[in-house]
Design a protein around this ligand. Structure first.
Ligand code: SF4
Length: 347
């Protein structure tokens, strides 16, 4: 029986090599939490096998800390670690250079330089597909970028267009799931497995908004599992990612000028949106040590929401952040919010 199973496994592996399926790696970090469904669908429609690097672990972070520049932010170090986990497994790495998608704000310089940092920072890298996407160039820039990827993979314009349409549908489904209350990892799981996962029931007596960059909030390791910790404390949680892009676009953030950086601007608007809602009992801004944009963003958030009576806490996570320290701060914040609401009387 064992022999038959081993032979079957060998056959499955040899089918892959006979068919010579191209394997492209997408590191499970940074843009993964925002565009993975679209990228995965697009590449798979072009007959590519997509390989991801899985959850962040202490070992991955250690790889990243070793390979990245010492002054890089924690999420970039984590990204390096995820790349290290993929390099021996794939033919290409997919790291597009996304500059601007809305013609108004640009992504942080670390994103712009990411493909180069990886290419020149890590030895023996497979080729990187690093198409540049800048919506300010001309209106079809997004299509042009995906078209270029399809061409690298030797596909026809018809195949590329069809794959892109499917990819956009996948991304639309993802955003719909986020609006329904799922968080990115749950929504990705939902799309990948077809498993109909529902948002957790709102059983808690308090509701908190967690704001910040998706790759910080939803990376279980970087965020020290903050959302799960809050759920365990019986707190309902919504995040910036549950707000529709359209609502965010209309939301004013209280400053006369836009912030330069896309994710920072988005966080500022999301905080303002939650600060104006009556069902939110507390707001937590999660940021990463070493993040340049966050050093001004946190101050802007506080200045722009001075008139809000909703308790606010800023939590900066670094490579050494321990479970205990974060839990203690969360418990103290929850305690304070409960007292403010007079919930102790009814507990
Ligand atoms: S915005 Fe901050 S955390 Fe994000 S990549 Fe840039 S420096 Fe790093």
């Amino acid at each position: 029986m064992h022999r038959i199973i081993i032979l079957l496994i060998l056959n499955i592996n040899s089918v892959g090599s006979v068919l010579n399926v191209l394997r492209i790696g997408i590191p499970s970090a940074l843009f993964y939490y925002v565009y993975y469904p679209m990228w995965k669908t697009f590449l798979e429609e072009l007959d590519v096998q997509v390989v991801t690097s899985g959850d962040t672990t202490r070992q991955l972070l250690n790889y990243g800390v070793r390979e990245a520049l010492a002054d890089a932010c924690v999420p970039v170090k984590v990204f390096f670690g995820h790349v290290m986990a993929l390099i021996d497994q794939v033919d290409y790495l997919f790291i597009p250079r996304i500059v601007c998608l809305n013609k108004k704000t640009v992504y942080c310089p670390k994103f712009l330089g990411l493909p180069d940092m990886i290419r020149y920072g890590i030895a023996n890298m497979p080729p990187i597909i690093d198409v540049r996407i800048d919506a300010r160039d001309h209106k079809d820039k997004l299509f042009a970028a995906y078209y270029k990827v399809g061409k690298i993979l030797g596909k026809t314009p018809r195949q590329i267009t069809k794959a892109l349409l499917k990819a956009k549908t996948s991304q639309y489904k993802f955003q719909k799931l986020l609006r329904s209350g799922l968080q990115p990892i749950e929504a990705i799981d939902n799309i990948s497995t077809g498993k109909k996962q529902k948002p957790l029931d709102n059983k808690g007596e308090l509701k908190f908004a967690v704001v910040g960059y998706p790759y910080i909030i939803h990376d279980q390791y970087i965020s020290v599992g903050i959302i799960n910790k809050l759920h365990k404390m019986n707190i309902n949680v919504v995040t910036s990612d549950n707000i529709s892009p359209f609502t965010l676009k209309l939301q004013r953030h209280g400053s006369s000028k836009r912030l330069f950086w896309t994710f920072s601007e988005r966080t500022l608007r999301a905080t303002r949106y939650f600060a104006g809602r009556k069902d939110i009992d507390g707001i937590i801004h999660l940021s990463a040590f070493g993040c340049g944009p966050d050093s001004i963003l946190d101050r802007f958030i506080q200045l722009n929401n001075q008139s809000s009576t909703i308790p606010f806490m800023s939590l900066v996570i670094d490579e050494q952040s321990g479970e205990a320290g974060v839990t203690t701060r969360l418990e103290a914040f929850v305690d304070m919010v409960k007292r403010k609401k007079g919930a102790y009387r009814n507990a």
